[in-house]
Design a protein around this ligand. Structure first.
Ligand code: NOJ
Length: 729
């Protein structure tokens, strides 16, 4: 539809119809069997159901076609309904959770995965995905760290941009693509204490330089939608925050698409103590520029009156409605309201999507320890033990449209690689401690202890038989994600006990950790010969993990988040600001910035990861020792594979502004390149340094670089390498 026709349509709509374009209601209102937690059915009135502009949380080609059909017929202007869904790391084919994708340091791979997700979800009638989550996360206690690509703004920016490109493709009308929604604007990841939905307090420079960065970069890729966050930022809830939404998002970032609230967040302005009642909440959200109210009922109940009394101008309403109509138009919904749907059967998982998912898993694994080349696993007798050894629950709580039946477990994959009489399996223990999920209303049965005694005895026997034990441990998928904050980062006690008992058998132990967040692994490390992080790997989890365990592929993941010694170090991130009393690398440290009982840094820092081969870095070089804003510098280094198997290495470039009008981080990732090297092969890698890469939010409250000295490192991890120096004139 052309712009003129769209405006004519708007002119012809009643105020009620217009308001309802800004109303989103739960999909369970249209599809009785849809399970959407926390929703009371029947709360939404009939006229809202008939007119609401969008819905969320449902999928299925046949059902959505029928719903659309009915809806359009009943709608006075036959405007199609827009279907939205959280397709976070997979629809049918589930890829590694976003944190795992971050570990691959491979945005191109992530883009390909997003393309698959879009194609599958679109074929199931979905139009919009609530992804990418571009929140910066520095706190492992926050359960939603699993949905992010980590603690680094640069890596997150590339990943979020890749996701937008993958979901949306070149043209939104292409029925194999989805509209993307960058969320949660803003600074949701900075929730105090790592407690979900909590407030955030951030200086403007930290907000701008770190927390806003990935949203801003992703918005440059033109996502159709942005979602507000639940939290307040410096005292103003994001969903009513005019500075964030009007000034930064619209004015500075130039975002022209639709702004949607998070679930119920408009109504929550009342709980925040920022709005008196629902009317006030609707008013404040409109003033901040929130176009769609996701499920709070404030717009559907209050907005019409606010417009009729003139509190909200017709112009403001029209602008918001036009943005929503535009989005429907960009998706081609006026021409084809059933876009994407090809058959009643919906999408099928193809060999190609499985292959991509499998490779994505292998690329995401981070090898932390490998004493005496314990991995890859040889041909001896191996027992796969632990609650993750043979479970299909390998996807996160946000991959609810993926089906367990399609998932390949570690044990199933192991059987494809090793002779049947050389491997055994045992669960070893339950996934969770007895009371672990009481906060979610789930309790284990009274037989929990008996069951665990039995599982342990069986596991010890299975271990005794083997030469090597592959222990598959980790957090349950429900322990990360929304509303899954934790004050402890230890493995469940029942799993630690299993590890200790297996250790007593004296067998070689390879520990695989499945998790959506960094965990405290100091003790686990001591008890293991090899240790590898497998994240929540998804549909092809078993295959991808076994490809690496068996040595078919050498591990190449690098940590996208710091793994602490102890939870007491959180929030923990490598790119901290320096202090006036830095702890010296060695020697006495009294009266310096340190802990009495723990290291300052991470047990496993950002950027860290091992391979089955070894790499030697040559002397890094700079093309000159000075640069100006008109020219550039080149930093280069050559890397050689000095081991005996091929492998990928992620060369990382970090920069520090040594002295500036505002303190600058001790290091910031400014570039990385993943390269493949055969044994004995050497390649040179170079990075161009431009003035714009050196800009920050200065003491004069503007983006600029300042002349002076800079350090640069070319290395394999945020704590490694030797600093070179150059100056900006
Ligand atoms: C709440 C979550 O915070 C958000 O990420 C999600 O997209 C919406 N619910 C819709 O499910």
């Amino acid at each position: 539809m052309d712009r003129k026709s769209l405006e004519a349509l708007l002119d012809d709509m009643s105020i009620e119809e217009k308001v309802m374009q800004l109303v989103q209601i739960p999909g369970s209102e249209y599809l009785a069997e849809a399970e959407i937690t926390g929703i009371e059915r029947g709360r939404v009135e009939e006229n809202v159901k008939k007119l609401a502009g969008s819905t969320l949380g449902i999928w299925g080609s046949k059902n959505l076609r029928e719903i659309q059909d009915r809806y359009i017929k009943e709608h006075p202007h036959h405007i199609p309904l827009m279907f939205m869904l959280d397709v976070i790391h997979g629809h049918k084919t589930v890829f590694p959770c976003p944190l795992g994708q971050g570990a691959s340091f491979d945005p191109e791979r992530t883009k390909k995965g997003a393309t698959v997700q879009a194609r599958e979800a679109a074929a199931d009638g979905v139009h919009v995905t609530f992804s990418p989550m571009s929140d910066l996360c520095r706190d492992a206690r926050w359960g939603r760290i699993m949905e992010s690509t980590g603690e680094d703004k640069y890596l997150n920016s590339l990943m979020a941009s890749a996701m937008v490109e993958g979901y949306q493709g070149d043209d939104l009308t292409d029925p194999e693509h989805l509209a993307a929604c960058v969320k949660h604007f803003a600074a949701y990841g900075a929730a105090e204490g790592g407690r979900d939905y909590n407030n955030t307090e951030l200086s403007e420079h930290t907000l701008r330089e770190h927390y806003l960065r990935a949203y801003g970069e992703a918005i440059k890729k033109d996502p159709a939608m942005v979602m507000t966050s639940f939290n307040s930022v410096n005292g103003i809830p994001a969903t009513g925050n005019q500075f964030l939404m009007r000034k930064i998002l619209r004015e500075e970032f130039g975002f022209k698409g639709v702004l949607i609230s998070d679930w119920g967040a408009v109504g929550e302005l009342i709980n925040h103590g920022f709005a008196e009642d629902k009317k006030d909440a609707a008013y404040r959200a409109m003033m901040a520029g929130v176009d769609i109210d996701m499920c709070s009922g404030c717009y559907s109940e209050q907005l019409e009156e606010l417009v009729e009394t003139g509190a909200v101008s017709m112009k403001m309403l029209d602008e918001a409605v036009l943005r929503v109509l535009n989005m429907k138009n960009d998706l081609g919904l006026f021409e084809d309201p059933y876009r994407g749907i090809v058959s009643d059967a919906g999408p099928v998982i193809t060999e190609e999507s499985r292959r991509l998912a499998r490779e994505a898993v292998a690329a995401s694994l981070v090898l932390l320890e490998n004493n005496d080349k314990t991995l890859p696993l040889g041909k001896g007798k191996t027992s796969f033990i632990g609650p993750y050894a043979d479970t299909k629950k390998l996807q996160s709580s946000w991959a609810f449209s993926g089906e367990d039946d399609n998932t390949v477990t570690v044990w199933e994959a192991a059987k494809e690689v090793y002779e049947p009489d050389s491997i055994k399996v045992a669960a070893g223990c339950t996934m969770l401690d007895q009371d672990a999920m009481t906060a979610r209303g789930i309790r284990h049965t009274d037989q929990w202890q008996e069951e665990n005694d039995r599982l342990l005895a069986e596991a010890v026997q299975t271990a005794e038989w083997a030469d090597t034990v592959v222990l598959c441990l980790g957090e349950d998928f429900a322990q990360s994600g929304e509303a899954a904050s934790k004050a402890s980062l230890k493995l469940p006690a029942v799993q630690l006990k299993l590890l200790k008992e297996i250790k007593k058998t004296g067998k070689r132990i390879v520990t695989l950790i499945f998790t959506g967040r960094p965990l405290e692994l100091d003790e686990v490390k001591e008890l293991s010969d090899a240790l590898m992080i497998c994240w929540l790997p998804g549909t092809e989890g078993g295959h991808g993990v076994m490809d690496v365990v068996s040595g078919k592929i050498s591990p190449s993941g690098r940590l996208p988040v710091s793994f602490p010694y102890t939870v007491g170090q959180e929030p923990l991130h490598y790119d901290m600001y320096p202090t006036g009393r830095p702890k010296p690398a060695s020697g006495p440290s009294e009266f310096t910035s340190r802990y009495l009982d723990c290291e300052n840094g991470a047990l496993y820092p950002f950027g860290y990861g091992l391979s089955y081969t070894s790499f030697e870095y040559g002397e890094p070089k700079l093309s000159a020792s000075e640069m100006t804003s008109e020219d550039t510098l080149t930093a280069s280094v050559s890397i050689r594979n000095t081991g005996d198997v091929p492998g990928d290495v992620t060369v990382q470039m970090y920069i520090r502004d040594v002295c500036a009008s505002r303190v600058r981080p001790v290091r910031e990732l400014a570039g990385f390149r993943k390269i493949h090297l055969n044994p004995g092969e050497e390649k040179a890698v170079s990075f161009v340094i431009k003035e714009e890469m050196l800009r920050f939010w200065t003491a004069e409250e503007k983006w600029a670089s300042e002349p002076g000295r800079f350090n640069v490192w070319l290395c394999d991890g945020s704590t490694k390498g030797r600093a070179l120096e150059f100056s900006l004139k």
